[in-house]
Design a protein around this ligand. Structure first.
Ligand code: ATP
Length: 453
C-alpha cells in the first residue's frame, strides 16, 4: 500500500487536502490524473446506469432519471431518516498516557495498540479503555447569521435522502412509472472517528446512489437484478479478478429496515490493507418502504406521498432497492488493481487500468524535435484530443516518455519518427505488452476508437 500511496502522490493522483499546512485527517484531494480517473468512473456509472441501463427482469428497459440535490437540507430530513437519533458509532477511548487513541467498539479486534505495534490486533488488555460511548457522525453547521439550535443544519451523510425527499416532485414532473429509479452522485460527509486506510474511510467522500422504486411483490426479482448488475458492472471496468467478491449479508448484520427485506449484499474488494479480508465498495439493499413512510409521517404529507398506480387504481408506498456505491472507494480499488510491479521496465511499475478508466488514453510523441516531426505530432494530438484525454510530450528520451505513461496507466503511445513523413505511418506502443507496430497515421483515430470506445 505504501508504494501505491507514493505513486499516487508522485504522479498526481491523490494529495492530502491542505498539504502545505500539514494536511487534515480524513480529507483528500485528487490531482490532475486522479480527477480524470474518478471522473471516468462516475461518467461510466451515469452512462451505464442512468442513460443506458439494460433490460430489467420484466424484459422492459429499466426506467431511470437523475437528480442533483443540495448538501444541506431541512434538518427534519435527518430526523425522519433516523440519522439524528441513530447515526452513531460506539467508540472507546484509551486513557493510557501518550496514547489517547479512539477506536470503534465494534471493530476493536482489528486494531493494533498504537503504542505497541508489535502486539497482535485486539490485544488491548493492558490499555485503559473507556466503556463504549456514542458519537454522532453528522457534521453540523448553521444556516443564517445566528448560531443557535434553530439554525442548526447538517451536511448530508448520504445522498439517498435527497432522492426520497424529491420522490413526489419527480413522479409529478416526469413520466416515470413504477418500476423506476432515481439516481444521484454527490458529496457526502461523515465525521468518522477514525478515518484511515487512505481514501477508504474519509470524512468527505462521494457517493453514487440509486433508489429503485418497485411494487413490494417484485422485491426479490429486482433485488437479484440490481445485485448482479452492480457486481458485473464493477467487473466490466477492470475489477474482474479474484479481488472482487459479492457477499450476501447474514441475518444478524442487517439494518433495522432490512430485516424483513428480500436481501442485502455488498460488493467487496480485497484492498492491500484489508487482505486477506475484503472492504465494502457498494451495498445493495432492499430498504422496503421504510424511508417513504418515514417522510410521509414526519412531513405531515401522509398518504399524499404514496404512489398512485393509474392502471390498477391503487395507492401505495413503493418498496425500494438501493445500490449505494462510493466513488472514492471505487477509484481506490481501480488504483490498487492497476498497480503492477515490473522490474524489467525503466519505471519498475505500470498502472494497468482498463482503457475506459485510464486517465490519459494515449500519448503522442515526436521522436525528435526536428525534420517536421513536431508539426505532424501536434496535428495528430489536436485531432485526437477533441475526443479523448491525450498527452503531447516532446521532451526527454522516448524511453523516459514511455515510463511516464506507464506510471500514468496510459494504454497507447503514438510516436512520430523519421519514417513518418515518407510513409505516413506512426508506431503504436501498447502499455501491457510493450509491443510496437506501425499503423497508418490516418487510422490512429479509428484504432483508438476500437480499443477505447
Ligand atoms: P462502512 O461500514 O465501511 O462504514 P457503510 O456501510 O456505512 O460503510 P453506506 O452507508 O452503505 O456505507 O454507504 C455506501 C457507500 O458509501 C459505501 O459502500 C462506501 O463505498 C461509501 N462510503 C461510506 N462511508 C465512507 C467513507 N467514510 N469514506 C469513503 N467512502 C465511504
Amino acid at each position: 500500500m505504501d508504494a501505491i500511496v507514493a505513486l499516487c502522490r508522485r504522479r498526481g493522483f491523490i494529495f492530502q487536502s491542505s498539504e502545505i499546512y500539514g494536511g487534515i485527517n480524513g480529507f483528500w484531494d485528487y490531482g490532475p490524473l486522479g480527477v480524470e480517473l474518478k471522473r471516468n468512473l462516475k461518467d461510466a456509472w451515469w452512462h451505464d446506469m442512468v442513460k443506458c441501463p439494460p433490460e430489467g427482469p420484466d424484459g422492459h428497459p429499466v426506467d431511470m432519471v437523475g437528480v442533483d440535490c443540495t448538501i444541506i437540507m431541512n434538518p427534519k430530513v435527518w430526523i425522519a431518516s433516523g440519522h439524528v437519533a441513530g447515526f452513531n458509532d460506539p467508540m472507546r477511548d484509551c486513557k493510557t498516557e501518550g496514547c489517547k487513541g479512539r477506536f470503534r467498539a465494534d471493530q476493536i479486534q482489528q486494531y493494533q495498540c498504537p503504542l505497541k505495534p508489535s502486539k497482535c490486533p485486539g490485544e488491548f488488555e493492558k490499555c485503559q479503555l473507556t466503556d463504549a460511548r456514542q458519537f454522532n457522525l453528522m457534521f453540523e453547521s448553521h444556516a443564517g447569521a445566528i448560531k443557535d439550535e434553530a439554525s442548526k443544519v447538517y451536511l448530508r451523510p448520504e445522498t439517498a435522502q435527497g432522492i426520497f425527499a424529491n420522490f413526489r416532485n419527480v413522479v409529478d414532473t416526469s413520466r416515470v412509472k413504477v418500476p423506476f429509479g432515481i439516481a444521484q452522485q454527490g458529496k457526502a460527509f461523515r465525521n468518522e472517528v477514525t478515518p484511515r486506510n487512505y481514501t477508504f474511510r474519509s470524512r468527505e467522500f462521494e457517493q453514487m446512489e440509486i433508489e429503485f422504486f418497485i411494487r413490494p411483490e417484485s422485491a426479490k426479482d429486482y433485488y437479484t437484478f440490481w445485485r448482479d448488475l452492480r457486481y458485473n458492472w464493477w467487473q466490466s471496468i477492470g475489477l474482474a479478478g479474484e479481488n472482487l467478491q459479492l457477499r450476501e449479508h447474514d441475518k444478524d448484520e442487517l439494518s433495522h429496515y432490512a430485516k424483513e427485506g428480500a436481501g442485502t449484499s455488498d460488493v467487496e474488494y480485497r484492498f492491500p490493507f484489508t487482505a486477506p479480508g475484503f472492504g465494502e465498495l457498494e451495498g445493495i439493499a432492499h430498504r422496503t418502504d421504510f424511508d417513504l413512510r418515514a417522510h410521509a409521517e414526519h412531513s405531515g404529507l401522509g398518504d399524499r406521498l404514496k404512489y398512485f398506480d393509474q392502471e390498477k387504481n391503487e395507492k401505495y408506498f413503493p418498496h425500494v432497492i438501493e445500490p449505494s456505491a462510493g466513488a472514492d472507494r471505487g477509484t481506490l480499488a481501480l488504483l490498487c488493481e492497476a498497480y503492477t510491479p515490473d522490474e524489467s521496465r525503466p519505471s519498475k511499475v505500470y498502472m494497468k487500468f482498463h482503457p475506459r478508466m485510464a486517465p490519459i488514453k494515449a500519448g503522442v510523441f515526436p521522436l525528435v524535435n526536428k525534420d517536421g516531426m513536431p508539426e505532424i505530432a501536434h496535428k495528430l494530438y489536436m485531432d485526437l484530443r477533441s475526443r479523448w484525454n491525450i498527452e503531447y510530450d516532446p521532451k526527454q528520451s522516448i524511453g523516459k516518455r514511455y515510463a511516464r505513461m506507464d506510471e500514468a496507466g496510459t494504454p497507447y503511445c503514438f510516436t512520430i519518427d523519421g519514417e513518418t513523413p515518407g510513409s505516413n505511418t506512426v508506431t503504436v506502443r501498447e502499455r501491457d505488452t510493450q509491443s510496437q507496430q506501425r499503423i497508418a497515421i490516418d487510422k490512429v483515430k479509428a484504432f483508438l476508437a476500437e480499443k477505447i470506445g
